[in-house]
Design a protein around this ligand. Structure first.
Ligand code: PA5
Length: 463
């Protein structure tokens, strides 16, 4: 088995004649290429001046040594790991775990798991949180808590931290409680860093100049992955192997530029809905990670003309959503472009048995050469792709030769690399998220934080 097999992008159903007016032509793409070539050169030059820092994470391998030390120190004494974080401080961790550990990982007995059970609490839902706290609370001494917050100021994460710390102290006392907390935050700024210094917690660093949604390949995503047995070296090597292909300044040869051009052109032509439909349960949370990456990076007011721009990313799961969404996708508004994630080889692929002679509705499944669950899943993917084509709905496919650290690392790096290209096409800054601030300030107001006694002025302007 070649672990180094690479992701492949297939785009025939973007150019196909059956799409009629909904197809892109080669000329559409070549007309955009000069602009994208300039953009790719700009990005290359800006990288040399310290911009787009996430692009260097796989090569820099920041704190990989410290992460391994923490794993050596904590794994033997840890049955449950709680990650407290939200948004970019959680979605990468979840995506890695879903993609690279068994779907029933947390249910496995200790000797069948590669590390502790993992719970990523990316919400403040009281029922969900309390259930996990009570589960971990059966033995807080064998629970490790990783608090992740770049800003160190996020209300949801702070609230979880305060509760968990309190429970740890009540169960174990101040000193032992302190030893069960590892904080991942900014090197110097923010409340969490001050608390780390005050409490002498062990800590990791969110790299400077790397926003939350671009931080999965930093200690933010790597620590919980390594604790749970994921090969972070292979993950980083996979990501690093994508650097050259997405640095090519010839747009037609650059896989990130091809995705950016197709998505941009379709968004400009009345298809702002960008559905990522994974035909793999393992990859479904990569689609969730992609959703944040596109939404927070590209949904912006363009400074030049004040226009609201950006595609709406949507996640879907095949074959499940064929029985839920595909009716809309084929006959609803033709305002979508689809990206399928397809796995070419499933290492464990149960054969469907032949049974019930004479009952064709059962027989064909076991008789078919493709008669495995993976064969059926991929047949359904092709069926959906062609059914969408018949309704003039364009799609592209990212093929995973198999799902492993190498290909998942490649995928993360690839989609991150798409973002600055699209940011420049739209004329927006993909690295900020000004629109989420108002809600945060209002929350501080409702929760009585000092300095936020008055509701933010912007609210007064609302009709
Ligand atoms: O991508 C982002 O920047 C955001 O989603 C943040 O990750 C999220 O708001 C959490 O912020 P923090 O890590 O500062 O707690």
């Amino acid at each position: 088995m070649n672990m180094k097999e690479s992701l492949r992008l297939d785009t025939p159903y973007v150019l196909d004649d059956h799409l009629g007016d909904h197809r892109l032509t080669r000329a559409d793409l070549t007309d955009l290429e000069p602009q994208v070539r300039t953009i790719l050169k700009e990005i290359a030059s800006e990288r040399k001046h310290g911009k787009h820092r996430f692009r260097d994470l796989p090569q820099l391998r920041l704190q990989v040594g410290e992460i391994k030390e923490l794993v050596t120190d904590y794994r033997p004494s840890t049955d449950n790991m709680l990650v407290l974080g939200i948004g970019g401080s959680a979605l990468g961790n979840i995506a890695l775990q879903t993609a690279l550990n068994s779907p029933v990982y947390n249910l496995l007995p200790d000797d069948r798991r590669r590390g502790p059970r993992l719970f990523v609490l990316d919400n403040v839902d009281p029922i969900a949180c309390e259930a996990v706290f009570q589960y971990a609370g059966w033995d807080w001494s064998r629970t490790l808590v990783n608090v992740i917050s770049k800003s160190g100021e996020t209300a949801e994460t702070s609230a979880q931290f305060l509760i968990v710390r309190d429970r740890l102290i009540k169960a174990l006392g101040e000193k032992a409680a302190r030893e069960r907390i590892v904080v991942t935050t900014d090197a110097a700024q923010g409340t969490m860093r001050s608390i780390v210094q005050q409490e002498k917690y062990r800590s990791l660093t969110v790299p400077d100049g790397v926003g939350g949604r671009f931080s999965v390949l930093s200690p933010v995503g790597l620590f919980s992955a390594a604790m749970c047995g994921i090969d972070i070296e292979a993950l980083l090597a996979g990501a690093a192997s994508m650097d050259e292909p997405v640095s090519d300044t010839h747009p037609a040869e650059n896989i990130a530029a091809r995705i950016a051009m197709i998505h941009y052109l379709y968004e400009q032509r009345g298809k702002p809905m960008h559905v990522m439909m994974s035909y793999s349960q393992q990859l479904k949370d990569l689609a969730d990670w992609y959703r944040q990456l596109y939404a927070e990076s590209l949904g912006k007011i363009r400074p030049n003309d004040g226009k609201c721009v950006g595609p709406t990313p949507i996640k879907a799961l095949g074959a499940t959503d064929q029985h839920s969404q595909v009716q809309l996708y084929r006959e609803g508004p033709n305002d979508k472009v689809f990206t399928f994630l397809q796995v070419d080889n499933f290492p464990n692929d149960p054969r469907i048995p032949r049974a019930f002679d004479g009952i064709e509705a059962m027989q064909y499944l076991g008789r078919s050469e493709k008669g495995t669950l993976g064969g059926l899943l991929n047949a359904e993917k092709t069926a959906t792709e062609l059914a969408l084509l018949a309704s003039q709905r364009p799609s592209l496919t990212v093929h995973f030769p198999r799902v492993n650290e190498h290909t998942v690392g490649q995928f993360l790096y690839l989609y991150e690399a798409v973002i600055p290209i699209m940011g420049k096409l739209y004329g927006i800054d993909p690295y900020d998220q000004p629109a989420v601030e108002l809600g945060k300030r209002l929350t501080f107001h409702f929760m009585g934080r000092k300095g936020y006694e008055e509701p933010p002025k912007e609210i007064g302007k609302q009709p």
